[in-house]
Design a binder for this molecule. Structure first.
Ligand SMILES: Nc1ncnc2c1ncn2[C@@H]1O[C@H](COP(=O)(O)OP(=O)(O)OP(=O)(O)O)[C@@H](O)[C@H]1O
Ligand SMILES: [Mg+2]
Length: 500
């Protein structure tokens, strides 16, 4: 097969340097029409940089980009789109202050007489597009900034698909999606593939890669180290890391202590109805259920982010958390899902992101002195294997997974006794996930109470002493672990529906 027939998109011998960082180092990647091609590798391996080069977002320093076998010089994402390449980027790009309909229908608005845009028809047109693509959970009239992350992700995906691209590139599309939405996406991708579309995607979840991909290309340190039709997880991991990394789950060996560090009675907020729970010192308490059953509301309530009713006790003392500041004072830390809007100052240094936002509170409490800021930050960079060239590197220039680690590290430095971890392994590579699991077990072993939500049911099953499954804002079932069968967690999440 000639190159023209065989490749839908290709980056050949690409180089891209950012200051001293070589993001792409002679990297080649190519994908064919009618295949699903997974691009995998550790955080910082260069996957997104390759994708941005193919999508016209950045211009590589050297090398060639080919679309449909033809060499191109892409000037912008629109340029790439005109040539049939549509991309959903890792960091979402919808316009926050515009509605779903406006974002979705931009450039394809319904028009009336004289080709005037009929604004009034926009929501209906958007609704039609969403429904045609099997998305009924999103209100087209809603502002994007009011949508939860997983719904924004759905809108981004639909927006790319309706361009009817020859090449669809999805950079970590599933990391924010609920299980059912992942199934929806996989159905969509398979259909497009069968129609001849070339689909490229990245994921840090191996089960998704083996489920969906016809071929797999592994990146390491800015370059490709092999393309395979079949690859075991062990082989993939050793290609990615060049190290022996166990993919077996670790489990806490120690049980929780008797002391309760956080107790809620009849806790209620919008989307949350009368929740009672007790978190013990040394306990990893999992929160499960389908996406959007009140998990985020629960975490927000426990961090003083939403007005709540009911009783809350922190280490035996009644508390009313009016703001995150109250929660932090009470020794509670919250690590949220969306690092862009809820956490990091992207233009500031890794070091400052680790220490500054909490410095006021913690310095006052005598926990962390500014003189120790630097060494503390450096210790955390090492402990979490944060891939920063130097502690002064701006966080916005780190790869996605490394940004997530900075967010976690910040709260670990505050020495909070109660950690609310909300989907913290999202977008984190397989080796780093193992680091995080060990770290979480270790933190619990030191007597911290950890509330742990994950969209990855396997993590809940293995890591947690107990799991509370939420349904419609209430605790539907409590399961005892560690080592809960995954089917039990899924079964509890769905029970209501099978009865209905
Ligand atoms: N704008 C930038 N400025 C400086 N360095 C950058 C910039 N963009 C990327 N890098 C660096 O290039 C390397 C590759 O990053 P890239 O985002 O491509 O990784 P990735 O494989 O997509 O990782 P992840 O799985 O975490 O998303 C990283 O070391 C990253 O810090
Ligand atoms: Mg990336």
């Amino acid at each position: 097969m000639s190159e023209r027939d065989g490749t839908a998109v290709k980056g050949a011998e690409l180089h891209k340097a950012y200051g001293g960082v070589l993001a792409l180092d002679d990297a080649t990647f190519s994908a064919a029409p009618g295949e699903v091609h997974a691009l995998v590798g550790e955080n910082g391996a260069g996957k997104s940089t390759m994708i941005k080069s193919l999508a016209g977002v950045i211009r590589p320093d050297r090398g060639r980009v080919l679309i449909g076998g033809e060499e191109v010089r892409l000037r912008s994402p629109q340029d790439a789109l005109r040539r049939g390449v549509a991309t959903v980027f890792q960091e979402l790009t919808l316009l926050d202050r515009m509605t779903v309909a406006e974002n979705l229908m931009f450039g394809r608005e319904p028009r009336g007489v004289g080709r005037l845009i009929r604004r009034r028809d926009l929501p209906a047109a958007a609704e039609k597009v969403l429904t045609e693509h099997g998305v009924d959970s999103v209100d087209p009239g809603e502002l994007v900034e009011n949508l939860p992350l997983h719904q924004q992700q759905l809108v981004e995906i639909v927006r790319a698909v309706i361009q009817q691209p020859k090449v669809l590139i999805l950079d970590e599309p599933t990391s924010a999606l609920a299980r059912r939405e992942v199934e929806w996406l996989f159905g969509l991708v398979r259909r497009l593939r069968d129609e001849g579309t070339c689909v490229v995607f990245t994921s840090h979840r191996w089960s998704e890669v083996t489920d969906l991909a016809d071929r797999i290309t592994v990146f390491r340190n800015g370059t490709d180290v092999g393309t395979h039709d079949e690859l075991s997880e062990e082989d993939a991991v050793s290609l990615m890391t060049r190290r022996e990394v166990s993919t077996a789950y670790s489990q806490p060996e120690q049980g929780p202590e008797r002391a309760v560090v956080l107790q809620a009675e009849d806790l209620a907020a919008p989307g949350l109805h009368g929740v009672a729970l007790a978190l013990h010192a040394g306990e990893i308490l999992g929160i499960g259920g389908l996406e959007g059953q009140g998990q985020q509301e629960l975490f927000h309530a426990l961090f003083g982010l939403t007005p709540t009713t009911g009783q809350l006790e922190v280490r035996g003392k009644a508390k009313h958390l009016r703001s995150p500041r109250d929660a932090i004072r009470a020794g509670i830390a919250f690590i949220p899902q969306d690092r862009k809007s809820e956490g990091l100052l992207l233009s500031m240094a890794v070091r400052e992101n680790l220490t500054l936002p909490i410095l006021g509170q913690v310095a006052a409490a005598g926990v962390l002195r500014p003189s120790t800021e630097r060494t503390t930050a450096e210790g955390m960079i090492e402990q979490l294997h944060i891939d920063a060239r130097w502690p002064g590197q701006p966080v916005g220039t780190l790869s996605g997974g490394n940004q997530q680690k900075v967010l976690l590290g910040r709260w670990l430095l505050a020495d909070s006794q109660i950690l609310l971890l909300y989907d913290v392994t999202r977008g984190v590579d397989v080796a780093t996930k193992q680091d995080l699991y060990s770290l979480i077990i270790e933190l619990a072993g030191e007597g911290r109470g950890i509330l742990f939500y994950s969209s990855d049911t396997d993590e809940l099953a293995h890591l947690c002493h107990r799991v509370l499954v939420l349904r419609e804002g209430q605790i539907a079932q409590e399961l005892d672990g560690p080592g809960i069968p995954t089917e039990d967690i899924i079964g509890a999440a769905f029970k209501e529906e099978t009865h209905a």
